[in-house]
Design a protein around this ligand. Structure first.
Ligand SMILES: [Fe+2]
Length: 358
């Protein structure tokens, strides 16, 4: 009997109602899909609104379907299930256990030697939001060489790479010897750079130790323990602004941004660049209390992992999830020079998916 909706009574798909057009536009035969790029060879918007399923049958893990427009084909039931459940190969984020956390360090001499080690590194990166890579050359431009083994680098008005070194008249406080409290980079950009790589060429000064904080764990803590603060930080739009001699960059966003499912998506925190609008007194009082509380958490040892980058090491971290900081250093005690660059999540996600599916 011809139907618009079919139900498969047994197995993985038994809880779902499968719509004719939903199935029809997933036909993957060569007459429907270009087999090189897996893009449709037709406009799915032009399919018949009243398309029906003439017949269907299940043969072990394969669903066979014939449609009323004459098209027919087969589906792997596991693939349909993963599609329905939106199951991705990118690992889910793990909350940090700060008291039992070993720094995630990978060896540059191994990660490009075989795919298994690179897969392992990228999986850890998505689970914990960062990896440290050791044994890179302590030379200028090495951060670009490393990043480009993963994919394209994102240039900004700072250039393709930026030098973190104490210099006169800096256009960013990163280029001083001051302490940098926990922050995310460039919250004023559209979009914010996804991943930062910081490469240590020299770190001989007194001070200049690094730290990372997991915004995902922090947001989870706020949600559990300070729901009123969590609410205001996830609802209040804040303006972030960068100004220098060449440009003025502005964006507006929440300090903690949630996705469509109300799960953590992104943290933006840079107390030197944020400007809340003139809300009424009660809302501003609450916002300022919440931001102060968040600042304390961000800079508390309860949320921070601390380490020292030594020459030849790269810290690669998710700038949408983690905050980073450094202690002040004394440039008179030794030379400190880091170089950094940004890449987008397209690079690492795309590479990991490809490695896991090939
Ligand atoms: Fe930074």
């Amino acid at each position: 009997m011809r139907k618009k909706i079919i139900c498969i009574n047994d197995g993985k798909l038994s809880e779902f109602k499968l719509h004719s057009i939903w199935l029809r536009e997933r036909l993957n035969g060569s007459e429907f899909i270009d087999q090189n790029n897996l893009q449709r060879l037709y406009e799915p918007s032009l399919l018949d609104d009243n398309l029906l399923i003439n017949t269907h049958s299940v043969d072990e893990n394969i669903l066979n379907v014939e449609f009323s427009d004459g098209a027919k084909g087969s589906y792997n039931i596991d693939d349909l299930y993963n599609d329905i459940k939106n199951i991705d190969v990118i690992p889910e984020k793990k909350l940090w256990d700060i008291n039992n956390h070993n720094l995630e360090i990978f060896d540059n001499n191994k990660i490009f030697e075989n795919d298994d080690e690179l897969i392992k590194m990228l999986k850890v990166f998505y689970q914990y939001g960062y990896v440290i890579i050791k044994n890179t050359k302590a030379e200028e431009n090495e951060v670009i060489n490393f990043a480009e083994k993963l994919g394209p680098v994102r240039s900004t008005n700072f250039g393709k790479l930026f030098n973190v070194v104490s210099k006169p008249n800096p256009n960013d406080l990163a280029y001083t010897a001051l302490e940098l409290t926990s922050h995310s980079d460039n919250p004023y950009r559209k979009p914010v750079p996804g991943i930062q790589l910081l490469h240590c060429i020299a770190n001989e000064s007194t001070g200049g130790d690094s730290s990372l904080v997991d915004g995902f764990s922090l947001a989870n803590f706020l949600k559990q323990n300070q729901p009123e603060f969590y609410e205001v930080l996830t609802k209040t739009n804040v303006t972030f602004k960068f100004t220098d001699i060449d440009t003025i960059l502005v964006d507006e966003a929440k300090l903690i941004e949630l996705d469509h499912y109300n799960n953590f998506r992104q943290i933006r925190f840079s107390g030197r660049l944020d400007y809340v609008p003139l809300l009424d007194e009660n809302n501003l009082d609450l916002y300022y209390k919440a931001r102060k509380y968040m600042f304390k958490l961000c800079n508390s040892d309860d949320f921070k992992i601390k380490f020292r980058l030594s020459k030849g090491m790269i810290a690669m971290f998710d700038n949408l999830r983690l905050l980073h900081g450094r202690t002040k250093f004394d440039p008179n005690t030794g030379f400190r020079h880091l170089q950094g660059c940004y890449i987008d999540h397209d690079v690492t996600e795309g590479k990991l998916r490809k490695l896991l599916k090939s």
